[in-house]
Design a protein around this ligand. Structure first.
Ligand code: FES
Ligand SMILES: [Fe+2]
Length: 412
């Protein structure tokens, strides 16, 4: 026990005892959200073991375009090279370690470290190092490269030395978001919501809709996922009939959390119906942008896909929404929300930005509030983990998955 009365988790034994103390089917003990020693362990044992979506490929359309992706104290340059390939390079100079890029996004012909001006090509190779001796080997001083894959226009990176396979992810995204045309989409808007809470509370909140009725009336009057099972099944069948008439068949797929196939990244795809007459995620349920991909009409459906522990996506026939969770510290994370439209859609002519973002901006602002309130209560000495409701089944799965990997050796 530390001086402040909190349990120290510095040793493996203390962590094992804490994991053993967990009541099945209940929220996590306070230390999982509150103990400083746990945060680096969270990152090494769980978060960095998985593939993480850094953004959409339309952010880097031409060689030299780049943006920074910065989870858990790291900084990664995602850049399109002269060869057209997108790479993820550690934003850490190979001389004495300075950050090289400071701007969150931009265009570069070459990356020059601001400290002593070592210069790097877009593929990370060292181009020039001033006044170095003749025996200096520039070939072994390129920027470190991180695993990267572009799937249906989504850029995923993995910090793991041996990244998980993406076969299931590729198959699920192709059949789920191929028809939605995400590979040819473009970013219409991005917003970052800084949340003063542990990243796990933000993810738990995203994966359950028990809170949707009380917290999100705007969402709940469009989306039918809270309806009783039999009614939902009938509405889902009607949605599938309408999609089928458009030549679209998207299968549900559940290899997420504890059910991930061995060696594969976890992935989940589920389609939910919207209420009769609602066609898109907007103020009135009406269209917001040109139809995308193979959708030649609306089917009153929405396609949710989860990849790994921190990347969540939602597709309507006329736009998409990406939810990317980025841990910043024990009690702070960022929720980046990205709105996608058809690649050739022009703001003003084809869509109105305010109308496009209305639903998920108001929903995200509400989520920020409820997640921060959750953290305040969890940090209280009166907090005691309570039981999950059946509608919170994905929280139970997520946390069981997290605890299992936390107890295992780190990924690297
Ligand atoms: S630290 Fe980058 S050039 Fe010296
Ligand atoms: Fe929410």
């Amino acid at each position: 026990m530390a001086d402040d009365g909190k349990v120290s988790l510095a040793s493996d034994g203390a962590l094992a005892r804490l994991i053993a103390r967990q009541t099945p089917g209940h929220a996590l003990e306070r230390e999982f959200y509150d103990a400083p020693e746990l945060y680096p362990r969270d990152m090494r044992h769980f978060f960095m073991r998985h593939w993480l979506c850094a953004g959409h490929a339309s952010r880097v359309p031409t060689p030299g375009d780049y943006f920074l992706y910065e989870p858990a104290g790291e900084s990664i340059i995602v850049v399109r090279g002269q060869d057209g390939k997108v790479r993820a390079l550690a934003n850490v100079c190979r001389h004495r370690g300075s950050r090289i890029c400071r701007e969150g996004e931009g265009h570069a012909k070459v990356f020059i470290c601001p400290y002593h001006a070592w210069a790097y090509n877009l593929d990370g190779t060292l181009r020039a190092a001033r006044h170095m001796p003749g025996d200096f080997d520039g070939a072994v001083h390129g920027l470190k490269e991180i695993a990267l894959a572009v799937v249906e226009g989504l850029i995923f990176v993995s910090f793991a030395a041996n990244p998980l396979a993406l076969n299931e992810v590729r198959r699920t995204l192709a059949q789920g978001y191929g028809p939605h045309g995400w590979a040819d989409a473009r970013v219409a808007h991005r917003a970052r919501y800084t949340i003063d809470a542990n990243w796990k509370l933000a993810v738990e909140n995203y994966v359950e809709c028990y809170h949707c009725a009380p917290a999100h009336p705007e969402y709940s009057r469009l989306h039918a996922n809270e309806q009783p099972r039999s009614k939902l099944a009938a509405m889902t069948a009607e949605m599938e009939r309408r999609a089928g008439a458009l030549g679209i068949a998207i299968e549900n797929h559940d290899h997420w959390a504890l059910d991930a196939a061995p060696g594969e990244e976890a992935v989940y795809c589920v389609r939910y119906p919207m209420y009769e007459g609602k066609r898109s995620g907007s103020n009135d349920g009406g269209p917001v942008a040109p139809l995308m991909g193979a959708f030649k009409d609306y089917d009153s459906g929405s396609t949710f896909i989860h990849v790994g522990p921190a990347s969540f996506f939602l597709a309507y026939p006329d736009h998409g929404v990406m939810y990317l969770f980025v841990p910043k510290s024990l009690h702070s994370c960022e929720m980046e929300v990205v709105w996608l439209v058809r690649g050739d859609a022009a703001e003003g002519r084809d869509y109105d930005r305010e109308r496009l973002i209305w639903l998920w901006d108001i929903t995200s602002a509400a989520d920020k509030r409820i997640i921060e309130d959750n953290q305040k209560g969890v940090s209280s000495m009166y907090y005691e983990p309570g039981p999950y409701a059946p509608m919170e089944i994905n929280c139970r799965r997520f946390l069981a998955w997290y605890l299992k990997e936390l107890a295992a050796p780190p990924a690297r």
